[in-house]
Design a protein around this ligand. Structure first.
Ligand SMILES: C[S@@+](CC[C@H](N)C(=O)[O-])C[C@H]1O[C@@H](n2cnc3c(N)ncnc32)[C@H](O)[C@@H]1O
Length: 260
């Protein structure tokens, strides 16, 4: 049963381009939409999957996924999109009770994916050099109700950090090669380092720095591609969309070792 304080996604049905709204349920609260008012009291006490009737249409009550949260974020930087976030988490086996780190925080997209995967007993430490970006990411994360799982730090990741014994660390900023040595020593043995960069030159420098570091072994470097399809069985149409995001960046994966 849904109760006050729960976060739900309300998604319009019977529309070609359904709109969604993320709500933190509070008694006697309402939201005006093009379908009419959504009254929170109408949702409290219901279950995920139930349909609510609005003045000009219907909507379904859903549990938000990381992808749904991301759609509601205000973006002030380039972000790691869901395909890259999902593979990055999978490379490092990010799961419940893990301690993970990342820099830079940016708009908090990867932060949120990490928080979603480590909750309820794990923790994310997120380091960012730009105060304005950090404040925006904190606001974004507040929309998800996962703030207890994340500690945000205004800090240049190229300088030593207080925390240590991370299970995994993620670097997503223009010069990860400048932070490899700082991060390698705060990873646990067998811990994972995942870097994300868009340009070939950055890849070369990052892999070269990983190879120089006695605490890391380079495992793999690759990009993820995705093709979105249009499917319309009535007209026998099925083909990739004509315009799409064709490239995001390159993932570099390394493992922490304990040298002799
Ligand atoms: C591409 S954005 C990160 C996007 C983030 N992964 C996301 O998914 O929203 C890069 C961020 O790194 C920050 N940054 C750049 N150099 C940094 C450093 N040395 N230490 C910490 N953060 C840094 C920038 O201010 C920027 O916010």
């Amino acid at each position: 049963m849904l109760k006050e304080g729960d976060i739900v996604l309300i998604t319009e049905i019977s529309s070609r381009h359904p709109k969604s709204w993320l709500l933190s349920l509070a008694k006697d609260t309402e939201l005006s939409t093009h379908l009419g008012k959504i009254f929170h009291n109408q949702i409290i006490g219901k279950k995920y999957g139930e349909v609510i009737i609005l003045t000009k249409g219907k909507a379904i009550i859903m549990k938000p996924s990381p992808r749904d949260y991301l759609r509601q974020f205000k973006l002030k930087t380039q972000i790691l999109y869901e395909d890259d976030c999902a593979i990055a988490c999978s490379l490092a086996g990010v799961g419940s009770s893990m301690k993970v780190g990342e820099a830079g925080t940016g708009s908090g997209a990867l932060t949120m994916f990490l928080a979603y995967n480590v909750q309820p007993s794990g923790h994310v430490f997120s380091y960012e050099i730009n105060e304005d970006h950090l404040a925006n990411a904190q606001k974004n994360l507040a929309k998800t109700g996962m703030t207890d799982v994340v500690t945000f730090k205004l800090q240049d990741i190229r300088l030593p950090i207080e925390e240590c014994e991370f299970d995994a660390f993620f670097l997503d900023f223009s010069s990860p090669y400048e932070a490899i040595d700082t991060v390698a020593i705060v990873l646990r043995g067998g811990g994972h380092l995942v870097c994300f960069v868009p340009n070939w030159g950055q890849v070369e420098k990052t892999v070269a720095q990983i190879r120089k570091c006695p605490y890391l072994i380079h495992r793999e470097t690759f990009e993820i591609t995705r093709r979105n399809f249009i499917v319309n069985p009535n007209n026998h149409i099925m083909r990739p969309v004509f315009r799409d995001l064709v490239y995001s960046g390159i993932l570099i994966h390394a493992i922490r070792i304990n040298p002799d």
